[in-house]
Design a protein around this ligand. Structure first.
Ligand SMILES: CC(C)(COP(=O)(O)OP(=O)(O)OC[C@H]1O[C@@H](n2cnc3c(N)ncnc32)[C@H](O)[C@@H]1OP(=O)(O)O)[C@@H](O)C(=O)NCCC(=O)NCCS
Length: 393
């Protein structure tokens, strides 16, 4: 069977185009990210997360009337059932937030009235509910693990502002809400990244929206994907001060370890989102009197690129996680919530991809993802191993 397929072994599917999609385009050599035809630089601080979700799911930027209706629809879905809050209270306080979020996705599925309906309309309603409710699950978990009362959502606040309100129990400043909103826009979609591929692979089996999104959350949790923003902050804390940057870079590369927030599987040049996040990190650092995290990041980026080039002769592009770490930290967001915040944004991309995978009419696609592997295991030196019953082994 394997012999009939073109073998592409041990490459992590790099460079392989495996499906058509109309959702986004990542042009790695040009440093361009495009959502439904729009450059991320043009969207970043000009559209809200709600407009971005509308663009992704409904394939167009909304006008005033459509946006108002869409915001109301999302806000109306923010509440989570009391049974879910009670279930979260049974989790140990040191549970990993991404695990809690993944469990939250499964719990939400039990309460969704559309769960057995396989129509496009039902799947779209489930997508909207997931996008609206995941921030509520996450904020509830932060309150519960700290022994505090859960703050119910408000429908008079925007998506980002409401999340910060539920998280901290007070209405955020306009600038803070705006910064988080921009972060959500920037992280919403990124073509066939690992977690989106995971979600689409599950969707290709005709599993429902929640099963697909739960797979996405699991994939995003890894250090080499969404977990990198946490590792960036830990790295900045380990470096501690700007004087230690050079020796840290030297030692990390000498030991063959990774510098987190740098390098990318697709971008050969800097990630365009990093250019938007860097000044936001600086501004927030100045605002809270903790500019050192931005300054260490800046010097680290320059030093790492220079040293990497000298040692390997290669460019080391900066990625989206690099400056989002110091930005979230300055915003007072717990470090282990950095990846879950990525998830409450990327759920917009995952759900859009699930809809495309299951309902797109135009794009030709496989009915079910099913690659092959090449068996390199044992045959006991024979045609196949001779079976020996248990009592004769
Ligand atoms: C994202 C990542 C997994 C891409 O890996 P990749 O596709 O293997 O990257 P490349 O093929 O371009 O790597 C080329 C070489 O650079 C090295 N490299 C890549 N990123 C590196 C980094 N951040 N620090 C140190 N070395 C790095 C690789 O180990 C490889 O070295 P080798 O040839 O000796 O094996 C990798 O860059 C990484 O682990 N980065 C840190 C984690 C991170 O920030 N992840 C978030 C991504 S958005």
């Amino acid at each position: 069977m394997v012999e009939e397929c073109k073998p592409v072994l041990d490459t992590g599917l790099r460079g392989l185009v495996i499906a058509s999609s109309k959702i986004s385009d990542v042009r790695g050599s040009e440093g361009k990210l495009i959502y439904r035809g729009y450059l991320i630089q043009d969207l970043a601080d000009k559209v809200s997360f709600e407009e971005t979700v509308h663009l992704l799911i409904h394939e167009k930027l909304p006008d005033h009337k459509e946006l108002k209706a869409f915001k109301e629809k999302l806000a109306a879905e923010r509440h989570i059932p009391k049974e879910i809050v009670d279930a979260l209270k049974t989790c140990p306080h040191n549970a990993l937030p991404m695990d809690v979020l993944q469990a939250g996705v499964a719990l939400l599925a039990h309460h969704d009235p559309d769960i057995r309906d396989q129509s496009r309309e039902a799947s779209e309603r489930m997508a909207i509910r997931l996008i609206a409710k995941l921030p509520t699950v996450l904020a509830a978990w932060e309150r519960i693990r700290n022994g505090r009362d859960v703050v119910p959502p408000r429908d008079d606040l925007d998506h980002a502002g409401n999340f910060l309100y539920m998280l901290k129990g007070e209405i955020p400043s306009e600038e803070e809400a705006k910064f988080l909103d921009t972060c959500l826009v920037l992280h919403a979609e990124h073509s066939f990244n690992a977690s989106t591929f995971a979600a689409r692979e599950v969707a290709s089996t005709k599993a429902h929206m929640y099963a697909s999104v739960a797979a996405g959350v699991g994939s995003l949790s890894g250090d080499l994907h969404g977990g990198a923003n946490v590792r960036v902050m830990q790295m900045l804390q380990e470096i501690g001060s700007i004087e230690n940057v050079e020796s840290f870079v030297e030692k990390t590369l000498r030991e063959g370890k990774k510098l987190m927030g740098l390098g990318h599987a697709v971008y050969q040049v800097d990630d365009p989102r990093a250019f938007i996040l860097a000044p936001m990190s600086k501004r927030m650092g100045e605002r809270v009197g903790e500019i050192q995290w931005y300054e260490i990041s800046r010097k680290l980026e320059k030093t790492a690129k220079k040293t990497f080039k000298e040692k390997k002769g290669l460019d080391l592009p900066v990625n989206v996680d690099f400056y989002s770490a110091s930005l979230y930290y300055s915003m007072g967001i717990p470090v282990d919530f950095f990846t879950p915040i990525f998830a409450i944004s990327r759920v917009a991309g995952w759900t859009t991809h699930v809809l495309e995978e299951q309902f797109a009419e135009a794009a030709p696609k496989p009915a079910l993802y099913r690659p092959e592997s090449k068996y390199v295991g044992e045959y006991c030196g024979l045609e196949q191993c001779e079976f020996v019953p248990l009592d004769k082994r």
